[in-house]
Design a binder for this molecule. Structure first.
Ligand code: ARG
Length: 513
């Protein structure tokens, strides 16, 4: 049906709860300002209460019959109360400020929920890290073995990225929680409304002042989805590592059974589908961001119907992001770490090479670049001898001696001197090649040494607690406003039952608004 083209059902379903709140706050304020009579406000509020009780039937049966959510609610109110009373609900406002207000309320609530999930993920990462301070693993650059680190050190890197995501979401929250209500179509209204009052009743931080700006902008949507996109990059990178790490090639982790699936043909398979979908949903979210940017970029001020097309992308991006965070938190929590495998692979590929170069610099006083040259020329031999050193205990002494001999030979050809003559001993070579002491030497700020990682975990636990508290304060502020709105509504409303929404009158099938 051609008329269906204009519908926005998916997004409207997302907004029903917010719209009822907006209607309530608006009617309470209109009555307080003497724009509605007590009796009129009471009847409308009573009607909204029943509509809320029948929300599911309303969504299923009534909503699809109208141009959009706002006209659907108004139609029900008018149908029940008659136009003389019901027709007064929309005094001093437009669907333009109404919809912008609804989106901000719905998004604000989603942001609070998303931040809670994100803090859950941060906690899961910190707690997992706390249990793996001594779990040694190879660290990578270019996905090649680079230097050894610990699993705790590695997990904290991800936790830090998510901590920044949290700050970004807070910022997006601040930009979202502003009230456009009262801007009406774009030019405000001649009725003596009280914008501060509705803003307060609806839990907004402040009024979004300029009436044209208030109905025209969706920058808060762009900002929120940008934050989601950034967060999804971080989630997807973690997901990618989980996917790689549970392969036979890495064999570092075991994804919890609930987050793996079998194959319909290969009985042995355990596929990391959940992590794969986190990786895929990042693409969905970037697509939403691109869509919203493209929809908004050339719109003349103020409202254009194009803006309706923005909302479904916001809904999709929000739901995909929150769900992905929750899945990732659960996976991290249940992750089975193959400590022995990780440790076994930590020295492979001569990951101690950097420490050996550093040791040469410290002992002989030569420049790092020269030491780097000597080691990199010696690498083929060093890799083999290093493996002997690690695997064959009897050959340990011989291997260290061989490494120093090789280094001496190469140093002689490069700088004309042997390292052993410059103060480098076998003991120091052996020490440099010891992965565990290697890690403990990196005790500077941000490094993987045990004490430093413990300090970092403690500090991050404190930061997380603070962040969660400020999130809860926001939630609490909204809750208090909702209670106040509820109190005002209860004081003013007159309950009366309305006809069952399930069976709309036959002549309602068209969109006459
Ligand atoms: N459903 C519309 C939206 O989401 C509501 C606003 C309609 N306003 C208008 N002037 N046609 O944007």
């Amino acid at each position: 049906m051609v008329k269906d083209y204009i519908l926005s059902l998916e997004a409207d379903r997302w907004l029903v709860h917010a719209d009822i709140l907006v209607d309530r706050a608006h009617v309470v304020m209109l009555q307080e300002r003497g724009i509605l009579k007590k009796k009129e406000a009471a009847a409308i509020l009573g009607c909204l209460a029943y509509l809320e009780e029948q929300e599911q039937d309303f969504i299923e049966h009534e909503l699809p019959l109208h141009e959009d959510l706002h006209t659907a609610i108004e139609s029900v109110v008018i149908r029940e109360l008659g136009e003389e009373i019901g027709g007064r609900m929309h005094t001093a406002r437009s669907r333009n400020d109404e919809v912008a207000t609804c989106i901000r309320i719905a998004l604000r609530n989603e942001l609070l929920a998303m931040m809670r999930e994100l803090n859950g993920l941060r906690k899961a990462l910190l707690e997992k890290a706390a249990g793996h301070i001594d779990t040694i693993m190879p660290g990578y650059t270019h996905l090649q073995h680079a230097q050894a680190t610990t699993y705790a050190h590695y997990l904290l890197a991800h936790a830090d990225a998510f901590a920044r995501d949290f700050s970004r979401l807070l910022q997006a929250y601040a930009c979202t929680n502003l009230s456009p209500l009262g801007a009406a179509a774009f030019a405000s209204t001649g009725f003596p409304i009280d914008r501060e009052r509705t803003a307060k009743l609806l839990g907004f931080d402040i009024v979004l002042e300029h009436s044209i700006d208030a109905v025209s902008t969706r920058d808060f949507v762009i900002e929120a989805i940008s934050c989601f996109a950034n967060l999804m990059v971080n989630l997807s990178r973690l997901a990618e590592e989980l996917i790689l790490w549970c392969t036979a090639e890495f064999d570092f982790i075991h994804i919890p059974a609930e987050y793996a699936t079998g194959s319909s043909i290969m009985p042995q398979k355990r596929n990391p589908d959940y992590a794969e979908l986190v990786r895929a949903k990042s693409g969905t979210v970037y697509g939403c961001l691109m869509s919203v940017l493209s929809i908004c970029k050339a719109l003349p001020y103020s409202y254009n119907r194009d803006l309706q097309e923005v909302t479904p992308h916001l809904v999709r991006a929000t739901k995909s992001t929150t769900a992905s965070i929750a899945v990732m938190a659960a996976m991290v929590e249940g992750l089975d770490v193959k400590k022995a495998e990780m440790e076994k692979k930590a020295p492979v590929g001569f990951t101690a090479a950097t420490e050996l170069a550093d040791t040469i610099v410290r002992k002989t006083g030569m420049s790092f670049r020269t030491a780097h040259k000597i080691i990199s020329s010696a690498v083929p031999v060093l890799v083999d001898e290093n493996m002997k050193l690690l695997t064959e205990h009897d050959a340990e002494h011989a291997a260290v001696a061989e490494i120093l001999r090789q280094l001496d030979e190469i140093a002689l050809s490069i700088i004309g001197k042997k390292l052993s003559e410059m103060g480098l001993t076998e003991k120091e070579v052996k020490e440099a090649l010891n992965i565990t002491s290697n890690i403990q030497k990196r005790k500077g700020r941000g490094g993987p040494a045990k004490k430093e990682v413990q300090r970092m975990i403690e500090r991050r636990r404190g930061e997380l607690e603070k962040d969660e508290k400020s999130r809860q304060e926001k939630e609490e502020r909204v809750r208090r406003s909702m209670e106040e709105l509820d109190r005002e509504v209860k004081k003013k409303q007159k309950r009366r039952s309305i006809r069952v929404i399930k069976k709309p009158a036959p002549n309602r099938a068209g969109n006459e608004e």
